[in-house]
Design a protein around this ligand. Structure first.
Ligand code: GDP
Ligand code: MN
Length: 387
């Protein structure tokens, strides 16, 4: 789960990671009074959306008076902010963070994420802060310093030191940087994050080191340990269909192809997407209806898939292991009564009672094609779309 920068910074404060003072608001008038309360000559007005790259898109502006803070807030609030990380239509800005301005000396990159190759978290830092870190990794990988973290003992002091000195910090500023890096690990670990990035972490002309930006992603699978994280969710930032699907406990990810997929099990869902591509089309979604596919999940699955106007056909690919295929076939028939299926439907059922299920489907009178195997199913679905 993603959260906003201002929420990430609240969490940073809890873990004693230095951040500038600031207040979030949805009102341009309030932006002016916040500027005054911050009491600094320069304030920064920052669009709060879940995507990065806001600076380049015009979502980060400096203000030198209450009026200017209000003008910038007015321009940013409600705008469709386009950045390299949003869709082409942009993301609507509903709130702005008004923050005291910092006199930047240098910008650094700091991040922690899971290195899946070695199954351990890794902390990465770079002197190339404020830039696209993927590009740095591609063009000058030697500019990224890494420390692998042993999760049972956490980031060690010598590792934080090595990274801080590696970035060129000295004296008191090295001490501040070490504190930030150490506390950042505590935050990643304590909040069960999947990713934390500070881009940029800055040094200032008056000798301070702090986090100027905050990207904090939580691991959804650990959310049961952090009930308070649920309050940080902003559904306005998420794909409406994905929000709807999460209410039904469906694992749904929207994609941009034409074939709606209803599958049980993540592995089979991945294989289904692959074979659709192989057959010459592309999936409109990833949808894992879970192990206990029944009338309700199948009905909800159809509803979600059909709400996507890009869907030109639906491929149901279910393996009846614990759930018998005949029950799934009846589930599809029931679901078809509840939902008006307006596009071609191809069904492939394999496993227990598959033959019986096939017969049930053929006799049902529902307009659908039954497929024999994965390849046949993919070919039939691509043919149904007509390309
Ligand atoms: P992002 O573009 O979405 O990653 O937003 P950031 O929070 O990283 O801000 C983008 C850039 O704005 C930073 O890299 C800084 O160069 C600049 N910026 C942000 N806050 C300040 C500030 O207080 N003072 C100055 N001078 N620049 C700032
Ligand atoms: Mn940033």
């Amino acid at each position: 789960m993603k959260i906003h920068e201002y929420q990430g910074k609240e969490i940073f404060r809890k873990y004693k990671i230095a951040v500038p003072n600031g207040v979030v608001t949805t009102s341009a008038d309030e932006a002016a009074s916040i500027y005054t309360k911050l009491g600094k000559s320069v304030a920064v007005v920052k669009a709060q959306i879940h995507a990065g790259g806001r600076g380049k898109g015009g979502g980060v502006k400096l203000a030198k008076s209450p009026d200017e803070a209000k003008t910038h807030a007015k321009a940013i609030l409600g705008m469709m902010l386009k950045t390299p990380q949003t869709g082409p239509e942009g993301q609507k800005v509903n709130s702005v963070l008004i923050e005291e301005g910092s006199d930047i000396l240098k910008e650094y990159y700091v991040g922690i994420t899971l290195d899946r190759r070695i199954s351990k978290p890794v902390m990465m830092v770079s002197t190339e802060g404020g830039m696209d870190i993927e590009e740095v990794a591609h063009k000058s990988p030697e500019k990224i310093l890494k420390e692998t973290i042993e999760p049972s003992i956490g980031l060690q002091r010598f590792q934080a030191s090595r990274l801080a000195y590696g970035l060129g910090f000295e004296g008191d500023m090295a001490k501040q940087a070490i504190t930030i890096l150490s506390n950042l690990w505590n935050c990643y670990d304590g909040e069960d994050c999947s990713l934390i990035e500070i881009n940029p972490m800055i040094s200032t002309k008056d000798g301070k080191v702090m986090a100027l930006d905050a990207k904090v992603n939580f691991d959804d699978n650990a959310q049961y340990r952090h009930p308070e994280q649920v309050n940080l969710r902003d559904e306005a930032e998420e794909d409406p269909l994905e929000v709807e699907a999460s209410k039904y406990n469906l694992n749904y990810v929207r994609l941009d192809g034409a074939v709606g997929c209803m599958v049980n099990g993540a592995g089979l869902a991945m294989a289904t997407m692959d074979i659709i591509k192989y057959a010459g089309s592309s999936p409109a979604n990833f949808l894992d209806v879970g192990g206990g596919a029944n009338v309700t999940t199948v009905t909800n699955g159809f509803k979600i898939i059909l709400s996507d106007p890009n869907v030109k056909a639906i491929f149901v690919n279910i393996f009846g292991g614990i759930v018998r295929c005949d029950r799934i076939a009846n589930g599809i028939i029931e679901a078809a009564k509840n939902v008006n299926i307006t596009v071609p439907l191809v069904v492939r059922l394999a496993g227990t009672n598959a033959e019986e299920a096939k017969e049930i489907l053929m006799k049902s009178g529902i307009k659908l094609e039954v497929a024999d195997g994965l390849k046949d199913g993919a070919e039939k679905i691509v043919k149904a779309i007509g390309k």
